[in-house]
Design a protein around this ligand. Structure first.
Ligand code: PLP
Length: 378
């Protein structure tokens, strides 16, 4: 299997697998129990919190464990209701983990705005300033888009939000970025940040929410009072430890992985050109994360290409795999004003740290065959 869908999920690293195995075997005590086996699990939990905090420039008490990125996003957005925010602003290109809870707030009568994006997938900052006014607002803009890889000017947005009103909160869904881009929450000035382990070579079903010290938040999940009364439910110690070790490993290897992925991306794009494949990058010249390539091939149906590649054991995606049951054309590319035909031929190739140059050769050779058949090239 050649896996080019690393924005959908990633293969667990050996370090994360070992951590998962170790913690499952050695630390199965309930971290809330007050005897030795409980304390052992508690210690591992707190060690994990410290590792994660260090990786993103936070304090350990600012990290809350959740079951996934979707929960972190829902929890962040839920603050609008529990703390009486006057309005909520997000963007048209957010993941459904943000869009759906914001739409639910809208249906319940809270004023909401969905920021447009330009043809390079960057949110309209002037529109944000206009609707922000001086109202107490919850703003949520994603760090890196899952379909295009485009990175938003998060530091600038955080500063605009805080200047407009001291009581406003700024959340960023950084699920695609954490573990792949250097992140310093203090430098960014964000109040809340969501992350998910399976996007950075950790296990599925585990994530965290960073909440800046001093931000008043309320729990979304209520019960036994774990996570300092903020997120109830017995902590998934093994997955939390594996998440921490995966993030630590990726953070230590950021420059190495970035370089490796860049080399693979360059080779892929140059090979496509060398083979006279007509394609267009759907992201223009925007700041795009290395390794996330959203492109459309002329006269090629994206889904048809995906299935053909699948027959050759190569995985890519059309639109976002996180919404893979969604048969609608990509709302992200639509918001960018990409023509319908180009949307239908779009595919996302997302490169990860386990890809090799040989993977590119196989991918390109399959694309060339399919492209030449559909374009009647002999
Ligand atoms: N936010 C973004 C940007 C994503 O790409 C995903 C991916 O699935 C999520 C949120 C949801 O994360 P999870 O799968 O951990 O619920």
């Amino acid at each position: 299997m050649i896996y080019f869908d690393n924005a959908a999920t990633t293969r667990m690293s050996d370090v994360a697998l070992e951590a998962l195995n170790f913690a499952s075997k050695e630390c199965y005590g309930n971290p809330s129990s007050i005897y030795k086996y409980g304390k052992k699990s508690r210690n591992l939990l707190e060690e994990s919190r410290e590792i994660i905090a260090k990786c993103i420039g936070a304090k350990s008490e600012e990290i809350y464990f959740t079951s996934c990125g979707t929960e972190s996003d829902n929890w962040a957005i839920s603050q609008a209701r529990s703390h009486g925010y006057e309005q909520v602003i997000t963007s048209k290109i957010e993941h459904h983990a943000v869009l759906n809870p914001v739409e639910a707030l809208q249906e319940s009568g809270i004023k909401t705005f969905f920021l447009p994006v330009d043809d390079g997938c960057i949110v309209d900052i002037e529109f944000l300033k206009k609707v922000l006014g001086t109202k107490k607002t919850l703003v949520s803009v994603m760090f890196q888009n899952n379909e295009t890889g485009v990175i938003q000017p998060i530091k600038e947005i955080a500063s605009i939000v805080h200047k407009a009103n001291d009581g406003s909160l700024f959340h960023t869904d950084a699920v695609q970025a954490v573990g792949h881009t250097r992140i310093d929450v203090k430098d960014l000035g964000v109040d809340m940040l969501s992350a998910s382990a399976h996007k950075f070579n950790g296990p599925k079903g585990i994530g965290f929410l960073y909440v800046k010290d001093g931000c008043k938040i309320s729990p979304l999940i209520k019960g036994g009072g774990q996570e300092r009364n903020m997120r109830s439910g017995t902590e998934n110690v093994a997955s939390i430890y594996a998440m921490a070790k995966a993030l630590e490993e990726n953070t230590n290897e950021l420059d190495y992985n970035h370089h490796k992925i860049q080399v693979i991306e360059d080779k892929l794009l140059s090979e496509l050109k060398k083979n006279n494949i007509a394609f267009v990058l759907n992201t223009k010249d925007s700041a795009r994360a290395t390794g996330v390539i959203n492109l459309s091939f002329v006269n090629v149906d994206g889904e048809g290409l995906l299935h053909m590649l699948d027959l050759h054991d190569i995985a890519v995606s059309v639109g976002s795999a996180c919404n893979s049951n969604d048969k609608e054309p990509s709302y992200v590319l639509f918001a960018m004003g990409v023509p319908k035909e180009q949307i239908n031929s779009a595919i996302r190739i997302s490169i990860g740290k386990y890809n090799t140059i040989e993977d590119v050769d196989k991918l390109v050779s399959c694309i060339v065959k399919f492209y030449n058949i559909t374009n009647h090239v002999n």
